[in-house]
Design a protein around this ligand. Structure first.
Ligand SMILES: NC(=O)c1ccc[n+]([C@@H]2O[C@H](COP(=O)([O-])OP(=O)(O)OC[C@H]3O[C@@H](n4cnc5c(N)ncnc54)[C@H](OP(=O)(O)O)[C@@H]3O)[C@@H](O)[C@H]2O)c1
Length: 280
């Protein structure tokens, strides 16, 4: 029997590469998607050597509305079916919503939300027909915590809202598809070591955070793989972030926002005036 195959978007670094390694370690073949083909090839060679699994390399730009259909076709053209999907590709859209162009916001939405939904819409029906599927959507803990003004500075004003959409859509799809053998899980990481904060310019600020605020990409991938295997619709990796989310759920909204503002001020002071609670 052919090995199962998981399509991982944003596999050229960080959380996506860690998910690819995690699935490969469990014997899954991979379809690796990102723009940097050289990084995908390096990862494909690494997992072949370590775990003996095969990879398809699909270099594409998920902010292009036609990319999801092209990617799914590339896998079909290679004679493979998609048994798993890790929707992970992403980057921040720094700057105030009202001061950036609609074209930039539209590209951001396409990359961070629409491409995720399109890939699920293209892939999940066949999974349901076959009675097996594993889908992971990478959200963010920022969607589960009170709004922070500083999200705007690096990740984008609508970043937490987009991640909320992914959580609610994952929970609803988990219900829609659960009895058809298709597990859908949203993973909501906090600050994670990756290239994310180099790309969005928050590296200096994030480097000043206490160690217990930082997750590794491997921790996120192990937690996400475990959750989707078990059919858990939402997983928050790490004890610190589980605690923060539990507290946020019991605090009245105005109190939660006040706590977040106080925390932002403290971090700004520590960072010498830089906005400091953005990014996750
Ligand atoms: N790091 C954190 O603190 C954190 C916290 C919560 C959630 N997240 C989420 O985790 C996900 C992965 O981020 P990461 O932390 O692993 O960051 P990362 O190391 O910067 O990885 C981002 C990945 O997305 C790919 N990507 C970016 N734009 C793309 C595009 N237009 N088309 C195709 N691929 C694209 C990048 O590859 P190429 O550049 O090669 O295209 C890269 O493989 C994101 O959805 C992010 O919102 C991150």
């Amino acid at each position: 029997m052919a090995r199962r195959l998981v399509l991982v978007t944003g596999a050229s670094s960080g959380i996506g590469a860690a998910f690819a390694r995690q699935f490969a370690s469990k014997g899954w073949d991979l379809a690796l998607v990102a723009r940097r083909e050289d990084k995908l090839k390096d990862l494909a060679e690494e997992v072949k050597a370590r775990f003996g699994v095969d990879s398809l390399i699909i270099a594409d730009d998920l902010s292009d509305p036609d990319a999801p259909a092209r990617i799914v076709k590339a896998v079909a053209d290679a004679g493979r079916q998609i048994d798993g999907l890790v929707n992970n590709a992403g980057a921040g859209q720094p700057g105030y919503f009202t001061e950036t162009s609609w074209e930039d916001q539209a590209r951001f939405l396409e990359l961070m939300a629409t491409s995720y939904l399109k890939l699920m819409h293209l892939i999940a029906p066949d999974m349901a027909k076959r009675g097996f599927g594993r889908i992971v959507n990478i959200a963010s803990v920022s969607a589960l915590l009170p709004s922070a003004r500083a999200h705007t500075v690096y990740s984008g004003t609508i970043y937490p809202g987009i991640k909320s959409l992914l959580i609610k859509a994952s929970e609803a799809l988990a219900q829609e598809l659960g009895d058809k053998g298709v597990h859908v899980t949203a993973v909501a990481p906090g600050y994670t070591w990756s290239e994310f904060h180099d790309v969005n310019g928050a590296r200096a600020t994030v480097s000043r955070l206490p160690k217990y605020w930082m997750l590794t990409a491997e921790e996120v991938a192990i937690a996400g793989y475990d959750a989707v295997e078990r059919g858990v619709p939402l997983r928050v990796p790490g004890a610190w972030y589980k605690f923060l989310v539990a507290v946020a759920r019991i605090l009245p909204d105005p109190v939660g926002r006040a706590v977040m503002r106080a925390q932002e001020k403290r971090m700004q002071a520590q960072a010498g005036g830089q906005a400091a609670s953005e990014g996750a």
